[in-house]
Write a protein that binds this ligand. Structure first.
Ligand SMILES: Cc1cc2nc3c(=O)[nH]c(=O)nc-3n(C[C@H](O)[C@H](O)[C@H](O)COP(=O)(O)OP(=O)(O)OC[C@H]3O[C@@H](n4cnc5c(N)ncnc54)[C@H](O)[C@@H]3O)c2cc1C
Length: 558
């Protein structure tokens, strides 16, 4: 039905289009751009928020743009976001990183010699790389070690055992703990004990380091949106239902929408009159009427040939032939059971549940005037006591592992997991006051000023994100990402899927990144534009829950 018109360049009507893209983050925009490049204009983007970009959002603060979401282009070689940024003059060819001078301090305000920090950093990186090797080399881990946290802690313990003094051990342990906290912000979890040891290596790091976009990450949205006709983008359209349908379900629904009886009820009419009418004339007249109703139903069904119905929060309906769903994993975790009709297959629901989508937040502290040594770019906080999840009100801030200088008058702290969830419940001024106490303690300076402004992100509480990014939890695997990414078919004979998934959570090696989201959006769009060749045909469809029904489908077709 929609397959032929996918190749057309016709523009879409107000609430009807061949493809409905749900979400205007990087994945949705990449899909839209792929369509445009291939002359397919018949799509709509339904975006819940007022703005596009999703987890890419830069805001002006302290006379510059700061990133509330994505910070860096991770890697250069083979990174489409870097290429896009380069092509649009958003990054320099030669990216000379600013000199980075880190100090590490303990709770009593004592600075740790840099050499010690460097020594532990080298060991830590080595331990982390070893964790990543399990995925690639398929070694067996030590017994009862399932997570990255457990493995690094085991290696750290062995590393520290050789040290003669308990003081040396203790200090180095604090540094390891600090790096582990930082890692929770990279993975998006409460502790690294949640991240699967055998799967962490599934994330592929692109070479070239982390690149900042000086004008703000949001400036990448300009080249991504400039060619999309305005009428194809509808913002403030939170989608609450995606009816992606089966043939039978669709037939029934079309009739109901049009205020008519369903095909089944035609059948009922015919059966009923054959039982009740007495004369053959009467029977013939009624049968003629019934078949007229049926014919009329079939005609009206043709008027609304779209097989997908998408309903927004305000009741507005959109019709299409295919849907690309790019809502984040956090939204899927919370809403998948009510969002899709028919419901998603069980294997997808289980994969959605198994994967991790933790919180990562940032705290920005803006100051009236500089107060830190201009040479220092980061203060690492070596907390002695660890966070106790039972009493987060007294300990949430111990998860902040460092403050980074964004400029001389702007500091930024990161925190993750349950502590970040708790922080999101606090007024920003209170967060600012607590951070000042922390800084005074670690810098051993009671005159550290109060910030004039404190801005905190709240990714967990954002209804259209519900967390930060995807990680592979203990017990989950890369195949869970692949399962979520699997497109769904309405029936076995269709050669193009009706429901496709894109977003960072659907990229099996670049999950959690902007480039992963971009590539996943392209893949979904490419899939819909692909030639109808045999290799495009997938087994997945609601009626093909098992191989038998799929084989039956082939036999029927033959
Ligand atoms: C704090 C933080 C730091 C990060 N740092 C980096 C980094 O340095 N580098 C990097 O590469 N990546 C980073 N990321 C990850 C990166 O931002 C994401 O991977 C990427 O932007 C995801 O794009 P997406 O299109 O998959 O999802 P999103 O950007 O989340 O887009 C999904 C869209 O769907 C919309 N939506 C949700 N529900 C509905 C609904 N019901 N109806 C309609 N629309 C809906 C949302 O509003 C959103 O616009 C970071 C993320 C966070 C939170």
């Amino acid at each position: 039905m929609g397959d032929e018109s996918l190749q057309s360049s016709k523009k879409c009507e107000s609430n009807k289009s061949n493809v409905i893209i749900i979400g205007g983050g990087m994945a949705g925009l990449a899909a839209a751009n792929y369509f445009l490049k291939n002359g397919m204009m018949d799509f709509k983007i339904l975006e819940a928020r007022k703005r596009l970009g999703g987890r890419i959002i830069s805001i002006p603060l302290n006379k510059q743009n700061v990133e509330l979401g994505a910070n860096f282009i991770h890697g250069v070689l083979g990174n489409p976001i870097f290429e896009l940024a380069m092509a649009n003059g958003l990054v320099n060819i030669v990216n000379i990183p600013k000199p980075h001078k880190v100090i590490a301090a303990t709770e009593d305000g004592k600075q740790v010699p840099f050499g010690v920090v460097q020594e532990i950093h080298e060991a830590y990186v080595c331990f982390l790389r070893r964790c990543e090797e399990y995925f690639l080399c398929q070694y067996l881990p030590p017994p009862d070690i399932h997570s990255v946290g457990e493995h690094i802690n085991l290696e750290a313990t062995i590393f520290l055992e050789r040290l003669p003094s308990s003081e040396e051990k203790k200090l180095r342990r604090l540094i390891f703990d600090c790096f582990l906290k930082r890692e929770t912000c990279i993975s998006g979890c409460t502790t690294m004990d949640e991240v699967d040891l055998l799967e962490i290596g599934s994330y592929t790091e692109l070479q070239g380091g982390n690149i900042l976009i000086p004008s703000g990450f949001s400036s990448i949205l300009e080249p991504m949106t400039k060619n999309i006709p305005q009428e194809n983008i509808l913002s403030q359209k939170p989608v609450t239902k995606i009816i992606w349908d089966t043939c039978e379900h669709n037939a029934q629904r079309n009739s109901e929408d049009l205020g008519e009886e369903s095909e089944d009820s035609d059948q009922t009419v015919i059966e009923d009159i054959s039982k009740t009418s007495t004369t053959s004339n009467e029977r013939n007249t009624i049968l003629l009427e019934a078949s007229a109703i049926k014919a009329n139903n079939q005609r009206t069904k043709k008027k609304n040939p779209y097989v997908v119905e998408v309903i927004c929060e305000n009741g507005e309906k959109f019709y299409g032939n295919h849907v690309i769903c790019t809502v984040p994993l956090g939204v899927l975790k919370e809403k998948a059971s009510s969002l899709f009709e028919p419901s998603l297959p069980q294997y997808k629901i289980e994969s959605i549940e198994r994967l991790l989508f933790g919180t990562v937040d940032k705290i920005f502290l803006e100051y009236e005037r500089p107060f830190l040594n201009p040479e220092i770019t980061e203060i690492m906080l070596l907390w002695e006591s660890s966070v106790t999840t039972e009493n987060l009100s007294q300990s949430w801030f111990k998860k902040i592992y460092s403050f980074i200088k964004v400029s001389e008058t702007l500091l930024m702290g990161w925190l993750s997991g349950k502590e970040a969830d708790y922080m999101e419940t606090l007024p920003m001024e209170e967060v600012g006051i607590t951070c000042t106490k922390v800084l005074r303690k670690f810098l051993n300076d009671p005159f550290v000023p109060e910030p004039i402004k404190c801005v905190c992100t709240s990714w967990r509480n954002q209804p259209y994100t519900k967390g930060a990014y995807t990680a592979i939890a203990v017990g989950a695997s890369q195949s869970d990402i692949e399962s979520i990414a699997q497109p769904l078919f309405r029936n076995v004979h269709d050669n193009k899927p009706v429901l496709l998934f894109a977003g960072e959570h659907t990229h099996s090696s670049f999950y959690s990144t902007v480039h992963g989201a971009y590539l996943s959006g392209q893949t979904a769009a490419r899939r819909l534009l692909a030639n109808d060749t045999a290799e495009n045909i997938e087994l997945e469809c609601p009626q093909a829950a098992d191989l038998n029904s799929w084989i039956q489908g082939i036999q029927l077709e033959g």
